[in-house]
Design a binder for this molecule. Structure first.
Ligand SMILES: [Zn+2]
Length: 138
C-alpha cells in the first residue's frame, strides 16, 4: 500500500536528509545565536534612554525616564474616572493595580519597549514608551 500522502512525506524527509547532519547543526546553531543576539539587543539596549509617557484623556500627564529609575516605585494616578497604580521599574513600566472594571491595563503587564501602549479605556489612561524603535519601524 503506497498512499500519495505517505509519498509526500517521504519526499520532504528525503530533502531534509540530503543535508548532512553537520550542516543542519550548523544552521540550527547559527539560528540560535542570531535569536539570542536579537533577544539580548532588544532586552539590554532598548531601555537605554527609554522614556515612559503617561497620558490622561489625551493630555500628557507625566514623563518618566526609565533609564534613570533606580529602585522600583509606584505612582498612584487618581482622576475623575478612577484610580490606577503604576509601577515604575528600571527599563519597565506597568499598571500594578486599578479599579477599572475590565482590568485590561493590569493584565497587559510590563511595558519595556516602544510599541503597543498600555491602555486603560475606562480611565482614559495611555502609557507609552518613547524610543527610537518606533522611528526604525516607520
Ligand atoms: Zn484599566
Amino acid at each position: 500500500m503506497s498512499g500519495s500522502i505517505d509519498n509526500k512525506h517521504a519526499l520532504n524527509y528525503n530533502v531534509l536528509m540530503k543535508m548532512s547532519t553537520r550542516k543542519l547543526i550548523l544552521i540550527l546553531a547559527a539560528a540560535t545565536v542570531i535569536c539570542l543576539a536579537v533577544y539580548f539587543a532588544y532586552v539590554l539596549l532598548a531601555p537605554k534612554g527609554a522614556t515612559a509617557v503617561i497620558y490622561i484623556d489625551g493630555e500628557e500627564y507625566k514623563r518618566i525616564d526609565l533609564s534613570t529609575a533606580g529602585k522600583p516605585y509606584e505612582i498612584t494616578i487618581e482622576t475623575e474616572f478612577g484610580s490606577n497604580t503604576v509601577l515604575v521599574e528600571p527599563g519597565a513600566i506597568s499598571v500594578s493595580s486599578a479599579d477599572c472594571p475590565d482590568k485590561i491595563c493590569v493584565h497587559q503587564g510590563r511595558l519595556t519597549h516602544a510599541g503597543v501602549p498600555i491602555i486603560c479605556m475606562p480611565h482614559r489612561i495611555v502609557i507609552q514608551i518613547e524610543g527610537d524603535k518606533v522611528d526604525a519601524w516607520s
